[in-house]
Design a protein around this ligand. Structure first.
Ligand code: FES
Length: 127
């Protein structure tokens, strides 16, 4: 069996929503001290909905695929749903990750949570 699913390879080769949102109102940056990978998420939130999301990831293929899939999962979604997104859901949407690569999907969950916290701080709005 291949180490990585077709979906992981697809999102690694053709990542969705890569880049920066200049007028983002929620930005989260996280890193993993062990592997040194860094992930940054930009959210543009309006009316309680993630209208746009982009990411920059300096990391392994699984981290890039996880960020890409995570952006697809939260785009257009209400914040109540976005805050419930788990790394497990990201990994499942990618048809799985090898055990030792699960921490890459954790970065995606953490980056989104950090961006939501930043949004709360900036706006004073509860999610
Ligand atoms: Fe660390 Fe993938 S190896 S995020």
């Amino acid at each position: 069996m291949a180490l990585y699913s077709e979906k992981v390879m697809d999102h690694f080769r053709n990542p969705r929503n890569v880049g920066v949102i200049e007028d983002a109102n929620g930005i989260g940056e996280v890193g993993n001290a062990k592997c040194g990978d860094i992930m940054k998420m930009y959210l543009k939130i309006e009316d309680g909905i993630v209208q746009d999301v982009k990411f920059e990831t300096f990391g392994c293929g699984s981290a890039i695929a996880s960020s890409s899939m995570a952006t697809e999962l939260i785009k257009g979604k209400p914040l109540s749903e976005v805050k419930e997104l788990t790394n497990k859901a990201v990994a499942e949407a990618l048809d799985g990750l090898p055990d030792y690569k699960m921490h890459c999907s954790v970065l995606a969950e953490e980056a989104i949570q950090a961006a939501l916290e930043d949004y709360q701080k900036r706006t004073g709005k509860e999610i």
